[in-house]
Design a protein around this ligand. Structure first.
Ligand code: MIC
Ligand code: SF4
Length: 651
């Protein structure tokens, strides 16, 4: 029998139900959960609706890192709700200013060999520590906090064998951008990535975390590195040596697909506008004028990243045509940078220092000028995510971003004459946890009053799925439609706990001036007693885990999404909120359906329960009628969830 992959070793250890056979459904025990505020408010409202008194995980943490700009009372109202509900339910609370959830979790909580479920798609960042860390919708995380196992498909494992060592000026970000150039952002549903090989030992934990972080862009379920001496060194320096345990795949582990990467052969790369898989060497972009550079986000804002920035900017000034902004990933990073003089070097160079939070990564300020190039060390560059409709956003590692900040144009960093500053992991990080509030004793928790200001809404409600669906196509969208396109963040992020208001913005990037908006069209379909239908191409629902991309369409009466393919987290969110995800049996049928067409699904309980095939009738706007064969990938419990109108309607 072949040896085991690390992912399967960890999954086997956590198996609660089902078989660990690739492609089959299983349920795994979740040791830790994390939530961030933009998804956490809804997750906790759902947890309350489920009647859970105290969370049942080993550890659950709520971070405030996304909605920290606080224009108007909404964000702070959410923070107060979250702080109080965490105290009532037994959850750690990371206060605003303490940093980005994934970075802080890596520093203070992640444990090799454990499972982590987070209501954020970049939760696999902690795979850099040897965890099976998975992103999910808020409701799935609430269910895990309630102590129930997480339902997932046992993944196909892509083994990535690393050899060699990165050359100076080539960085961990280039590893994952290279992988994105091979695997792209679509077609990887049901896969997971495991890194192994002699090159692993040359990468520090923060570098590994950069790589696992952007596995989210590939659409894989999780990405994992082994836990080795570097992991131990990192945990020791965090004062958490007791959390270390070694874990790795068996030497003869078999992978479903093998990719080999010689780190020494990689070049500095960039993801070009407007998808993380449009990869070019920075050399091919040489001399492209750049107006803005931002270093930060959960991908590239560790102490290692920012010390590199500080060491280089100590001897350089920001180009007069460039605005350089820096958002340290955590308070720990910010403080160590301040104490060792790095912050002063950055300020001296002309950099603008931002809060330790997601900030510009989620469109909270720093939107670039129209059509000007912004170079960011982030993980997503979907059109408009910067807050500027006509943005030109490139994603690179810190090295290439700094070159752009100094020269005002793209420069391949391997061609520069600057000495590459080597970084040594500190023997001890600053481990002041005073911004982390631990859960009180259960007795104290019982006395905790939950603060519920007027803008903190209600958990969503949905009626059972209609026996005979009489739908109308409210929109038809193309390939790679992301959850940012479905439910914009940026200035609308503050509406996350107010579904009726937020729902007005569904698909707002496709609204045309003078014509009814998506929300208005959906509401007229709903008022006519019919159900809304969304038709989409490949890889629908890429990107963010925001369950609002299901909840808000559901609020507007959408009950069916018909697509060529649907990404994992979004498909789960649709089911959780009573929307039926169906796939075209023949992808070319996509071209036969248009906005305004009628879609009939007779006998939904019978059709959904009798196998994967579903027959629809389509009546086009010009009265042509035809049958359309579709497929569903729902398990029997999923079918029951959709028919009940979502998970919250089930006992
Ligand atoms: C993102 O990077 O898109 C976010 C904002 O972190 C999301 C979560 C959200 O929409 O609140 C994610 O990655 O899941
Ligand atoms: Fe925050 Fe950006 Fe990371 Fe999402 S990708 S968690 S918005 S820093």
């Amino acid at each position: 029998m072949a040896g085991q992959t690390l992912i399967y070793k960890i999954l086997r250890h956590h198996l609660a139900d089902g078989n660990l056979r690739r492609g089959e459904e299983c349920r795994i025990r979740i040791d830790q959960t994390l939530c961030q505020d933009a998804t956490g408010t809804m997750a906790f409202l759902e947890l309350e609706a489920m009647g859970v008194e105290q969370v049942k995980t080993e550890l659950s943490v709520q971070y405030i890192d996304h909605n920290t700009s606080q224009f108007g009372p909404e964000n702070h109202n959410d923070h107060l709700y979250l702080q109080s509900v965490c105290a009532a339910k037994g959850v750690w609370f990371s206060r605003p200013g303490n940093g980005i959830c994934h970075q802080v979790h890596l520093e203070r909580f992640g444990v090799p060999g454990k499972t982590l479920l987070g209501s954020d798609s970049h939760t696999p960042t902690n795979g850099g520590l040897g965890m099976v860390a998975i992103g999910a919708g808020g409701l799935d995380v609430a269910v895990a906090m309630a102590g129930k196992p997480f339902k997932m498909m046992a993944p196909r494992v892509i083994g990535v064998c690393l050899s060699g060592r990165l050359r100076p000026w080539v960085c961990a970000k280039d590893v994952i951008l290279h992988l994105l150039s091979i695997l792209s952002t679509k077609g990887n549903v049901g896969c997971a990535i495991e890194y192994f090989g002699p090159g692993v030992a040359s990468l520090t934990v923060p570098e590994r975390a950069t790589i696992t972080n952007m596995g989210a862009e590939l659409g894989v379920t999780t990405s994992v590195f082994p836990s080795d001496d570097n992991t131990r060194a990192f945990l020791e320096a965090q004062g958490r040596e007791a959390a270390w345990q070694p874990c790795s795949a068996d030497p003869d582990a078999e992978y479903d697909r093998l990719i080999e990467i010689d780190l020494a052969e990689l070049k500095p790369l960039a993801a070009c506008p407007s998808s993380p898989d449009l990869i070019k060497p920075v050399a091919a972009l040489q001399d492209t004028p750049v107006a803005q550079v931002i270093i930060g986000s959960c991908t590239n804002s560790s102490l290692k990243d920012l010390m590199l920035a500080a060491e280089i900017m100590r001897r350089h000034k920001v180009h007069p045509q460039v605005s350089l902004a820096i958002a340290p990933g955590s308070r720990q990073v910010m403080r160590m940078l301040a104490d060792n003089g790095g912050l002063s070097a950055l300020i001296g160079s002309g950099a603008r220092i931002l809060e330790s939070a997601c900030g510009p990564c989620i469109g909270q300020g720093m939107s670039p000028a129209s059509d000007e190039v912004t170079v960011r060390t982030f993980n997503r560059n979907f059109k408009g995510r910067t807050g500027t409709a006509h943005d030109q956003c490139y994603l690179t590692g810190v090295e290439s971003a700094l070159m752009a900040a100094i020269h005002g144009r793209m420069v391949d960093p391997t061609t520069c004459s600057i000495q590459y500053p080597e970084w040594q992991m500190p023997e001890a990080f600053d481990t002041d946890d005073s911004m982390l509030i631990p859960p009180p004793s259960p007795a104290q928790a019982q006395k905790q009053k939950i603060v519920r200001k007027e803008t903190v809404g209600q958990p969503p409600q949905c009626s059972p799925f209609p026996h005979e669906l009489n739908g109308e196509v409210v929109i038809r969208v193309g390939d790679k439609t992301t959850t940012d396109h479905i439910m914009p963040a940026g200035v609308f992020l503050k509406l996350r706990s107010n579904i009726p208001e937020y729902a007005k913005e569904v698909f707002n990037c496709f609204n045309e001036p003078g014509k009814p908006t998506f929300a208005e069209r959906a509401v007229s379909v709903r008022e006519a007693g019919r159900q809304g239908v969304i038709v989409a191409g490949e890889s629908y629902g890429q990107g963010s885990s925001r369950e609002h991309a299901a909840i808000c369409p559901m609020h507007l009466g959408v009950r069916l999404v018909l697509a060529v393919s649907i990404e994992r987290i979004h498909a789960a969110n649709l089911i959780n909120f009573g929307i039926l995800p169906l796939l075209f049996k023949a992808p070319e049928d996509l071209d036969k359906i248009n906005q305004g067409d009628t879609v009939l699904l007779p006998d939904s309980p019978g059709q959904l329960s009798s196998g994967p095939e579903v027959e629809l009738t389509v009546i086009t706007a010009d009265h042509r009628r035809f049958q359309l064969s579709c497929l569903h990938q729902l398990s029997e419990p999923d079918v029951q969830t959709v028919l009940a109108g979502g998970l919250l309607n089930l006992p």
